[in-house]
Design a protein around this ligand. Sequence first.
Ligand SMILES: NC(=O)c1ccc[n+]([C@@H]2O[C@H](COP(=O)([O-])OP(=O)(O)OC[C@H]3O[C@@H](n4cnc5c(N)ncnc54)[C@H](OP(=O)(O)O)[C@@H]3O)[C@@H](O)[C@H]2O)c1
Length: 315
Amino acid sequence: MISSARAVLLRQRPAKFPTPHDFELVEQRLPVLGPGQVLVRNLWMSVDPFMRARMYGVSGYIGPFNLGEPMLGGAIGAVVESQAAAYSPGDLVASMFGWREAFVGDERSLTGLPHGDVPIEAHLGVLGMPGFTAYGGMKRIGEPKAGETVFVSGAAGAVGSIACQIAKIEGCRVVGAAGSDEKCDWLRSIGIDSAINYRTCGDLTQALRAAALEAANPFARFVECGMIAGVTAALPLSAPTNLLNVVRRRIKMQGYISFDFADLQGRFETDMARWIGEGRIQWQQTVEYGIENAAAAFLQLFAGANLGKMLVKLA
Ligand SMILES: NC(=O)c1ccc[n+]([C@@H]2O[C@H](COP(=O)([O-])OP(=O)(O)OC[C@H]3O[C@@H](n4cnc5c(N)ncnc54)[C@H](OP(=O)(O)O)[C@@H]3O)[C@@H](O)[C@H]2O)c1
């Protein structure tokens, strides 16, 4: 029986870039279970770039986090106690209750997970939202065709590394950009044709031309799932000055949010399980330990400290 648990709250909205002072670690009492409810002890928590946008008091495609409430996001835990027919103690579940060591939730807010061959935390990465984001963007918008060249930025991250490998499975030549030699070495080790360290390569366009023949070929598709360098309410995004190339090169540019592709969920699960079984998809994770380090893990995302998915493992 657990009567209280620690959680990380949003203490204040960031003035500019988020800092450790914007978060607060507190001990919270857990409510008594009601009918249909489950007590879950979290084992793994996700920290994701999208959380930064929700810390500000502005609405995007989804509303801001509430001040004084836990940072919301994906987590995986084990059922400790259940008043719900669908769950028994020991069952593994995914939830969106975020940065908490334990919580009481309605059974309808949980997704049961298998005790499978794949490490359970993969459901926060390759088999979870980041993997699905890569899959949906590539399949529905990028539509890579064998022989084409695919360029992926953020290539060694949770989404980018899976996008690279899906493009390889589709028979493309893949060029990835990442922020360190270690990340680029890993990308090459998993079969990415060319990996560019954008911090040391000088002019990225020149490096891209050398690696990919043309920076953007006619009829190129730009699949835009995020712009991590520009997502703060305080800083305006800079606009490209060469947008006329969209016309000249007949470029298609489309942004998306992963849940636009809810209809692909079944195909994603089937394809990804098969590709993992065949050894065609690999992944990395960077792990911080303990809920007291969740905010630090989150902030490190924006310093490029993670190779693959950034996760927090709870005791
Ligand atoms: N549309 C959607 O539904 C959706 C869903 C999930 C994620 N996303 C977006 O996809 C992107 C990647 O997410 P992820 O979860 O896979 O994160 P991630 O790539 O695993 O981690 C973030 C990486 O971004 C790079 N980075 C951080 N700050 C940067 C900056 N100022 N300029 C350039 N690069 C920077 C760093 O890699 P380097 O060291 O290589 O620079 C860092 O490791 C984010 O923009 C996120 O918001 C969108």
